[in-house]
Ligand binder design. Structure first.
Ligand code: ADP
Ligand code: MG
Length: 592
């Protein structure tokens, strides 16, 4: 039974961006409401309904809202637009296209300005692939259009559950996204017009097909991640760390160099200038894999400084929903969010205003379940046509005071993700970048990565074990040495320490600002890691610790320099030979 009259009401109470509205009619949780202010309107979401009072969260500054301000309810959930034209676009947390907004109102969003997310005038070349009479279901491909270098599938709208027959479909041609390209009929003869544009509510997972366990590695070009803390396509990861440790730099490197088709970058911005920085730099970057502008395969969701916390909550869902939509096309998608702590803070503020019983650190009791539900939207999906699509999620977390274990958001995140990439103050203070602590970090995807990597190098598994053990023992010796000094340390222990330092300095550390070092291909990583393991296998013997130290400094610098030149280039070959020569020299001195 459909009600034709939408509910409406009046503001009876306001606290920050929480309004209580006395209404008449029917209002549902999650529905979008519109607050009428002088000269415009503000968007809001219904978060609670109690009798004839709705509590709504306004996405913008609420100054000017008064008692009795009229509110209309839309009877629609908070949705976004999906269709060709998402790639290359920069949206805010409510999917306003920022560039168009800027043209209209200056750099930052004016209150109450909403512009359709996707261009209604642009035409796209539609190529039908279904035929009249075909039986189709949600997510099935009706045709395609070319969006940058992808075949963007025009799919049966995900809101249409059940079985449909294609009644008619447009011929190949150029159409705008709101033009009807197909008409579907359900079993009782109801007709549905399908456009290239469809909508989906952001808080509900968009998925059709079967979820599978991740089975393939996602490479990032960051040696410490790919080798020690690998990520799987369809997997989840988080990179928590204190302020200034390198979360944003890490997220941006991963955004640029991961071997995925599409990247959705959600920038919530801790510092005001950070978001502007993303807006300026990303459009200028080239994709290392295709040599095209990186933006051709990227969508950015950015929260502008004028938007209150409530919009930050929606932005992570907007990013996730866009990611899910492209996954349904059989593509590999990576969704990044920097950082989710802002999202959790939005939840905390709202929960406080709602006077809910607070959990730890005043976060709502449902914090952990919200976080878990968010990550559960990631995954590898077997589509009905046999293709696979993946959605990988990596999220930065910024615990207050930098204390990861004491932070409810970090802990809830850790308990659900498959890879924990832990940034540490100790490393960043020592300028050991990326400041990822390999001993505190972990990944459940190591066996998946080992499968890929042992195809290239059968000893990979053994090498990793060796590296793990040298790092752990090296750190232990290093800490002990702080107390007992070099003299109090045995030669054997000292050598282990030097080996772990060499591994850390010349392999795990990587300069995110050097154009060559920032990205290491898997082939180069395998070759370099082999070199490291060659060093690990030498039965070094030195007369004294100073000699050992001098030798290792020389060797580790020589190995490190290989990172700054392209693999197989002439200088690389020469430098590589020199490294081997240095290792041999040590062997000769030992008399081996
Ligand atoms: P966070 O987001 O954790 O607050 P940022 O990512 O902004 O920290 O990093 C802070 C600074 O640390 C950067 O401006 C840069 O100078 C340095 N840094 C971080 N990661 C790297 C890296 N991989 N290589 C070189 N420098 C880095
Ligand atoms: Mg940051």
């Amino acid at each position: 039974m459909k009600e034709n009259v939408k509910a409406s009401g009046r503001v009876v109470f306001a606290l920050g961006n929480l309004l209580k509205v006395a209404f008449e009619g029917r209002v549902t949780q999650g529905e979008v409401a519109v607050v009428r202010i002088r000269g415009g309107f503000l968007k809001a979401e219904v978060i609670e309904v109690e009798g004839s009072i709705a509590k709504i969260q306004v996405f913008e500054d609420t100054s000017g809202v008064q008692l009795d301000t009229p509110v209309e309810f839309s009877d629609e959930l908070l949705e976004i637009e999906l269709g060709p034209g998402l790639l290359g676009e920069i949206f805010d947390g409510l999917q306003n296209p920022l560039e168009k907004v800027a043209l209209r109102t200056g750099l930052f969003l004016e209150r109450g300005v909403y512009i359709p997310a996707l261009d209604r005038e642009k035409v796209w070349l539609f190529n039908p692939s279904a035929n009249p009479g075909d039986t189709v279901r949600r997510g099935d491909t009706l045709g395609t259009t070319r969006e940058s270098h992808f075949d963007h599938r025009i799919m049966v709208p995900f809101k249409l559950y059940g079985t449909y027959t294609v009644e008619s479909i447009e011929k190949a041609g150029s159409y705008t996204i709101d033009k009807t390209v197909a008409i579907l009929k359900n079993e009782v003869g109801e007709r549905f017009e399908v456009q290239m544009l469809q909508k989906w509510p952001i808080k509900f997972p968009l998925i059709e097909g079967n979820k599978m366990r991740p089975e393939e590695m996602m490479t990032t070009g960051m040696r410490i991640i790919d080798t020690m803390i690998p990520i799987a396509k369809g997997g989840t990861g988080c990179n928590p760390g204190p302020f200034g440790a390198g979360k944003t730099v890490t997220q941006q490197i991963v955004a640029k160099y991961s071997n995925v088709d599409i990247v959705v970058l959600t920038a919530c911005g801790e510092r005001a200038g950070e978001v502007v920085e993303v807006l300026k730099t990303f459009p200028e970057l080239q994709d290392v894999f295709t040599n095209e502008p990186l933006m051709h395969r990227t969508t950015i969701i950015c929260n502008t400084s004028s938007m209150p916390v409530a919009a930050r909550e929606s932005s992570v869902y907007v990013g996730m929903t866009i990611g899910e939509y492209y996954r349904q096309m059989g593509l590999d998608v990576l969704v990044l969010a920097d950082s989710t702590s802002r999202w959790a803070q939005a939840m905390r503020e709202m929960s406080g205003r709602l006077e809910e019983i607070p959990g730890e650190e005043a976060f709502p009791a449902y914090l952990a379940s919200r976080i878990a539900a968010f990550y559960e939207r990631a995954g590898l999906v077997l589509l009905r046509d046999g293709k696979k699509g993946s959605l990988t999620v990596i999220v930065a977390v910024s615990p207050s005071g930098g204390n990861i274990m004491g932070d409810p958001v970090s802990r809830a995140t850790m308990s659900i993700v498959g890879a924990f990439i832990c940034l540490s103050r100790e490393y960043s203070d020592a300028r050991r970048y990326p400041a990822i602590d390999p001993l505190k970090s972990w990944s459940k995807y190591r066996s998946i990565a080992a499968r890929t990597l042992s195809e290239k190098e059968s000893d990979w598994g053994e090498w990793i074990k060796k590296a793990d053990s040298i790092l752990a023992r090296g750190e232990e010796v290093g800490r002990r040495m702080e107390v007992v000094g070099q003299e109090g340390t045995s030669m054997d222990d000292y050598l282990t320490y030097l080996l772990s330092e060499l591994f850390s300095f010349s392999y795990l550390q990587q300069n995110g600002f050097d154009k060559e070092d920032v990205y290491a291909s898997i082939d180069k990583q395998v070759e370099m890691f082999k070199l490291i393991n060659t060093v690990f296998a030498v039965p070094f013997q030195f007369e004294d610790k100073d000699k050992a130290k001098t030798f290792f400094l020389e060797l580790q610098n020589k190995i490190k320099n290989l990172n700054y030149v392209p693999q197989s280039s002439e200088p690389y070959m020469k430098m590589y030979e020199e490294v081997m020569h240095t290792i041999d020299r040590a062997r000769v001195e030992i008399g081996g």
